[in-house]
Ligand binder design. Structure first.
Ligand code: PLP
Length: 418
């Protein structure tokens, strides 16, 4: 961190200039200033090849998939299924049928809750979630708990926003069926030890669902090494489009689960006289026409990430985070929330005497996009006694100079509102 603190020349681990050239949106000006986009944990920007995938599909081979015998349908099906294989490789899943396309992480978790959860959770059972969860890994479980009568138990965090693993171990009972935990916290950036947590869950006979929405863009994910039963991520946080995401599930689990949504694509046979039968996985969980163009474009996004190298991206974001941390800590009355030793590129903070909302609005006037609010993690923020923070979050295309612009803009804005 010293070289960053003194701003000695730093050799980037990535060719950031070349990366930036891939993102047309980064040349925008906002209120007359160059855009500094630091809201990547909410949605990352998309490179040209992802945008081009939409043109190629709608201009060249738009057709519904799987059912058609004509050339366009064949081409669309091949491109769609091609992404399944790319996603398999991205997560190092054993088989591509373990990859289910969803609308995003939220829908992936709802799928597990409504299919696996309804089939496996009984009154009196227990599901563990962590204090660090995004609402999308809390509310589906709360809704189901109310209906079925199981108990939700919360894994606590310490003052740094690190999960308490001893407390985690102690929360298990013979009724614990599932652990639902994020790999990386969107609000604080904490990287959770999900491999160790999976081993503990499995030793106690429970399953583990990992919400990887914030991990997939920043670190290598190997679902076999983690031994995750389910793993979910969203396209729009990994340089891909909105409206698409992935649920990974172990094949034997997915096979044992009932379908969630019914309709076309997910059946084998439908009859009024005999029982309707369902398709094999993954199609059993993909009812209706999917977001075909988005899935194909997601494949391009994952190939783009593979081309840069997710380890190199994570390493660069670590440098950006270190520099940003050092810069903002010089600001009087600024407090960082989330100081875990193992953190992804997320910087959450509050400032004495300055409302987060005001900071967010004013810093936008200076061309800097950050997020303010509860980050869909109200139980976590409430635990730390705040209802909102400012959050800057980093991606492969951000630069150290942008971090400086952000820090200077922040100082200026705080001076205005105090
Ligand atoms: N989980 C985490 C950790 C997130 O950060 C988010 C989005 O911010 C989600 C889940 C929900 O993702 P989506 O809105 O793409 O379904």
């Amino acid at each position: 961190m010293t070289d960053l603190a003194t701003r000695a020349p730093v050799t980037p681990t990535l060719d950031v200039a070349a990366i930036r050239a891939d993102f047309p949106i980064l040349s925008r000006r906002i209120h007359g200033r160059p855009l500094v986009y630091l809201d990547n944990a909410a949605t990352s920007q998309t490179p040209s090849r992802v945008i081009a995938a939409f043109d190629a599909y709608y201009g060249g081979y738009n057709a519904n998939i799987h059912r058609g015998l004509h050339t366009l349908a064949d081409e669309a099906t091949a491109a769609f299924e091609g992404t399944r294989e790319v996603a398999r490789g991205f997560l190092n899943a054993k088989e591509s049928r373990e990859i289910i396309f969803t609308r995003g992480t939220t829908e992936a978790i709802n799928l597990v809750a409504n299919s696996w959860g309804r089939a496996n959770l009984k009154p009196g059972d227990e599901v563990l979630v962590s204090r660090l969860e995004h609402h999308s890994n809390i509310v589906p479980w709360q809704m189901l708990a109310t209906e079925i009568g199981f108990t939700l138990k919360v894994i606590p965090v310490d003052e740094r926003g690190v999960l308490d693993l001893d407390a985690y171990r102690e929360l298990f009972s013979e009724r614990t069926r599932l652990v639902a935990v994020n790999h990386v916290s969107n609000a604080f950036g904490t990287v959770n030890p999900v491999k160790a947590m999976a081993a503990i869950a499995h030793a106690r006979g429970a399953r583990i669902l990992v919400d990887g929405a914030q991990a997939a863009p920043h670190q290598r994910v190997d679902v076999q090494d983690l031994d995750a039963d389910f793993y979910a991520f969203s396209g729009h946080k990994v340089y891909g489009p909105t409206g698409v995401g992935v649920l990974y599930g172990k094949a034997e689990l997915l096979e044992s689960m009932p379908p969630w949504q019914g309709g076309g694509e997910m059946i084998a046979t439908v009859s009024f006289e005999t029982a309707t039968t369902f398709a094999e996985i993954p199609h059993k969980f993909e009812a209706g026409t999917p977001a075909i163009a988005e899935v194909i474009a997601l494949g391009e996004a994952l190939k783009w990430v593979n081309g840069i190298g997710v380890d190199a991206i994570g390493d660069w974001e670590g440098r950006l985070l270190a520099h940003a941390t050092e810069r903002v800590l010089r600001i009087d009355g600024l407090r960082i929330l989330g100081t875990a030793p193992d953190k992804a590129g997320v910087l959450s903070f509050v400032v004495d005497g300055a409302h987060s909302q005001d900071i967010g609005l004013l810093i936008d006037q200076l061309g800097v996009a950050i997020r303010t609010g509860h980050h869909c993690a109200q139980p976590l923020l409430a635990h730390f006694g705040v209802d909102a923070t400012c959050r800057a979050s980093f991606a492969a295309y951000n630069t150290l100079e942008e971090v400086d612009v952000f820090a200077e803009a922040l100082e200026r804005v705080i001076g205005m509102v105090r």
